[in-house]
Design a protein around this ligand. Structure first.
Ligand code: DX5
Ligand code: ZN
Length: 225
């Protein structure tokens, strides 16, 4: 049996913000292809991080795939700003807008990959009609706002249910998981159907990055517990 494959998208929230260009270069050097950018507005979530100007500056320093997770109220106000800044994928929360289909269509029209995130308590039904339009669904495995929180166990069933929906409807969107992801739950997450694993503290807290990436890949090849 071949080892299951997944993309690791390191959450820059746990990187050293005073050395962003160096951190991005170190990720590329270590063989990473994606980077997860957590945008927080102090409204949708209690925390505040960064916005389009910082992303535009990083874009000039990096060829990584910019996986942009917008934890902001009414994200439709800023979609073109994030696309202009250089986001490759733009993920909006289903809970953050009353016009989710319009936001998804707008992301696609701007030429970015559209994705929708669901908080742990938000049912899959919020997104099921939109699945054919999506490149990715982000199943939050913690309540968003901070790095370093513990994985919420019931979200594992949600990932499995979403993967079953994808199979039954013969769709090809990616399933991303975010929050409390570590080598300890990597095998179970990949077995459940996750294709993109976001990791902040369990990745950046353990340099060098190449070795840490190898640890995640080795974990995926073990049997899920
Ligand atoms: C949480 C963010 C995550 C966070 C994950 O609100 O969306 O991307 O950085 O951090 P860890 O991996 O430490 O749980
Ligand atoms: Zn995130």
């Amino acid at each position: 049996m071949t080892a299951p494959t997944f993309i690791l998208s390191p959450s820059l929230l746990s990187a050293d913000f005073s050395r962003l260009a160096d951190e991005l270069a170190a990720l590329e050097e270590a063989g990473l292809t994606w980077v997860h950018l957590d945008v927080m507005d102090g409204q949708f979530v209690p925390n505040i991080t960064f916005g389009p100007p910082v992303i535009a500056s990083m874009r000039r320093k990096s060829r990584l795939y910019f996986d942009t997770h917008l934890m902001i109220e009414r994200p439709e106000r800023y979609l073109s700003a994030f696309r202009d800044a250089g986001s490759d994928l733009i993920c909006v929360h289903a809970e953050a807008t009353v016009h989710l289909e319009r936001a998804v269509a707008e992301i696609a029209r701007l030429g970015a990959a559209p994705a929708v995130a669901l908080n742990p308590a938000t049912p899959l039904s919020m997104v099921e009609y939109l699945l054919p339009q999506l490149d990715m669904v982000l199943v939050m495995t913690v309540n968003p706002g901070f790095g370093g929180q513990s994985f919420i166990p019931f979200t594992m069933d949600k990932i499995k249910a979403l993967a079953a929906m994808r199979r039954e409807r013969d769709l090809s969107f990616r399933i991303q998981v975010d929050g409390g992801v570590s080598p300890d739950n990597t095998a179970a997450l990949v077995a459940a159907g996750a294709d993109v694993l976001v990791s902040g503290s369990a990745f950046f807290g353990h340099p060098p990055y190449k070795e840490r990436l190898d640890v995640f890949h080795a974990a995926a090849a073990t049997r899920a517990t």
